[in-house]
Design a protein around this ligand. Structure first.
Ligand code: M6R
Length: 601
């Protein structure tokens, strides 16, 4: 989603801003722009499309030392140069992430005061709001403070005011924003990767805080405009993860990292003993109900989590899409744990669901990848997955790490609830040890999945079917395929097809049928035969060798304890989606219209 970077200091700002924007490219965008002070005046340059288009218009050697840059992912108004950021109205030039929900109300007030608007954006309205207040207040900080009380919705702003050439301002509510310091100047950014080339020291701005950033000084004000001391964080990793290391795409690289991601995630919480799980997860014991809330792939891991926790721990689990949960009547109580799952930790709907549960006094726990992200900071309990930086928009390694966490939770709760006995626990622990190698072996088998992809990539639609946990995996397989290949794909519960969907099956329609749950395999096979009889091209994914001839292709999943099996089953589906998209020459790491971190609702 949109990215923000700003720099003020003794070095020239344009190269730094462009570098920062390029580091944020993976988040997804459709236009880019930059504004900076030159000879006391603000210059703005923006362009539709990739940052490369913008770069052609820039003089990297410009004597400019204070500037802001932006990559825009269109929300209000189409993706074009006029709507691209920065926007200027009167004395203010700004970049913005988020959505000002009351912008049309504010716009009408401003039009009545004589303001005219060039773009269709809420950002230009926010900019005019600053200018209008400033005319009255003649004080930049007060202006920003008053504006923050007028705006409804989410925002992270980088702000230049033509009356103050030696300061860069920033403020946020809901959308993330950091301020970072280096020896030769200071930065603002929407995300840590934007500044990692220059510094790993940063401050996380909290909601309604305003930062006044000078070349050698950062001052942060709270919601009452009082100066506050902020903790300086140090980012431990590097952004080396942002290199493809010889892989053609980040997605392929990240798929290949999954054995390590699994080990890193599991080993962080588990040392081979139940005591380690007790140490990390004992707070879970007191809850008799769980709500899992998330979006997209994280929602799909929640569905697998539900299957595992209900089956092995006998605890009821309700899984909801965050954009629905945040507005619906929730039947939670003090015995309910609300689990939020999010790779980025910034997904606006998931964050809103977390806040709703907290406001209602419900205990929350987050499963998050990005350290220090909003969801991680605000949830009562946090379990970090150890996936490292994920660049490809289509999540793979973070999804697998989330599955690993749900397996651990189900093991722990199953044991606590006396559903898993000592001998079964010992078997599970043995299988856990085997997993990194099995993950590696499953990935190493990629050519057989690629061969299947070569046979189906030209189809206009591809179905996924499964029952129970295999349906949850079908949903993720289908999402992976459609988001990167643009082929229409839908996942169905295998038993549901004959109630309508089967009319779509024609000769050679690919149907990817997943059947790993031993209690349901026979039932699923009956449904597969129904589609096969209507001409479907069946790709059968199972841990059991098929005994009859009802399929066209077979993908064998290594048999392991069912608590861990979904972690292996998803891998061929990721690789299949990857190769289908590659054959269709799609932009695999940055699929059209999508963003890595969805910070608007
Ligand atoms: O950062 P989050 O895990 O909260 O993101 C949730 C979804 O936006 C994300 O999983 C999305 O569905 C991915 N594009 C799937 O690959």
């Amino acid at each position: 989603m949109c990215g923000i970077i700003g720099f003020i200091g003794r070095d020239k700002c344009i190269p730094k801003i462009i570098h920062g924007l390029e580091a944020l490219e993976y988040r997804g965008y459709d236009s880019a722009g930059i504004a900076y002070f030159k000879d006391g005046k603000i210059e703005t340059i923006k362009e539709e499309g990739k940052i490369a288009n913008l770069k052609k218009l820039l003089n990297f050697n410009e004597d400019a030392y204070n500037g802001i840059g932006h990559t825009r992912w269109a929300t209000h108004g189409e993706a074009n140069k006029t709507n691209a950021h920065p926007h200027t109205v009167g004395k203010f030039t700004i970049v913005h992430n988020g959505i000002i929900e009351n912008y049309s109300e504010l716009k009408n007030e401003l039009i009545n005061k004589g303001y005219k608007f060039k773009s269709a954006t809420d950002t230009e309205v926010a900019c005019a709001t600053f200018d209008d207040i400033y005319k009255e207040e003649k004080d930049i900080l007060k202006t920003l403070h008053i504006a923050s009380q007028k705006f409804r919705g989410s925002y992270a702003f980088g702000i230049l005011c033509s009356d103050d050439t030696s300061t860069l301002y920033a403020m946020r509510n809901t959308s993330p924003l950091i301020v970072a310091s280096a020896a030769y100047g200071n930065f603002i950014a929407s995300d840590v990767p934007a500044i990692l080339e220059f510094t790993n020291k940063y401050i996380l701005l909290d909601d309604y805080e305003i930062a006044k950033i000078e070349s050698d000084k950062i001052t942060v004000y709270d919601k009452d405009l009082q100066v506050i001391n902020k903790k300086i964080n140090t980012f431990a990793g590097t952004f080396a993860a942002a290199a493809k290391n010889g892989y053609e795409h980040f997605m392929l690289k990240e798929i290949h990292e999954q054995d390590k991601v699994f080990s890193d995630t599991i080993n962080f919480y588990f040392d081979g003993t139940i005591d380690s799980l007790e140490k990390n997860f004992s707070f879970l014991k007191k809850f008799s109900k769980i709500d899992i809330v998330a979006c997209g792939s994280a929602y799909h891991t929640g569905l697998v989590g539900k299957s595992l926790i209900e089956e092995y721990a006998n605890t009821p689990v309700n899984v909801e899409v965050a954009s629905e949960y945040r507005y619906k009547k929730c039947f939670y109580d003090k015995n309910t744990l609300v689990i939020l799952v999010s790779q980025s930790g910034e997904t606006a709907d998931t964050l809103a669901a977390l806040r709703k549960a907290k406001e209602d006094g419900i205990t929350t726990m987050a499963i998050v990848n990005v350290i220090g992200s909003s969801i991680a900071r605000e949830a009562e309990h946090v379990i970090y997955i150890k996936a490292g930086c994920e660049i490809a928009v289509a999540t793979t390694k973070a999804y697998l790490a989330q599955l690993a966490i749900f397996s651990l939770l189900a093991i722990y709760l199953g044991y606590q609830n006396k559903c898993i006995k000592e001998d079964e626990l010992a078997k599970i622990f043995t299988d856990l040890e085997k997993m990194p190698k099995l993950i590696k072996d499953t990935i190493a088998n990629y050519e057989s999945y690629f061969n299947i992809a070569d046979k189906i990539y030209q189809n206009k639609q591809i179905f996924f079917i499964g029952r129970g946990i295999d349906y949850a995996l079908s949903m993720e397989g289908s999402l992976k395929l459609k988001e990167i290949s643009y082929i229409n794909s839908v996942a169905y519960q295998a038993g549901e097809l004959k109630h309508g969907t089967i009319s779509l099956i024609e000769k050679n329609t690919p149907v990817i049928a997943i059947a790993t749950d031993k209690n349901l395999i026979e039932k699923t096979i009956s449904n597969i035969k129904e589609v096969k009889a209507r001409g479907a091209y069946v790709i059968y994914v199972s841990n059991e060798e098929p005994k009859e001839d009802f399929y066209d292709e077979f993908i064998k999943i290594t048999k392991i304890h069912p608590l861990l099996e979904s972690i292996l089953t998803i891998i061929p589906l990721q690789l299949l989606a990857y190769k289908v998209a590659k054959n269709n020459k799609c932009d695999i790491d940055k699929p059209r219209n999508l963003a890595k971190s969805v910070t608007v609702e």
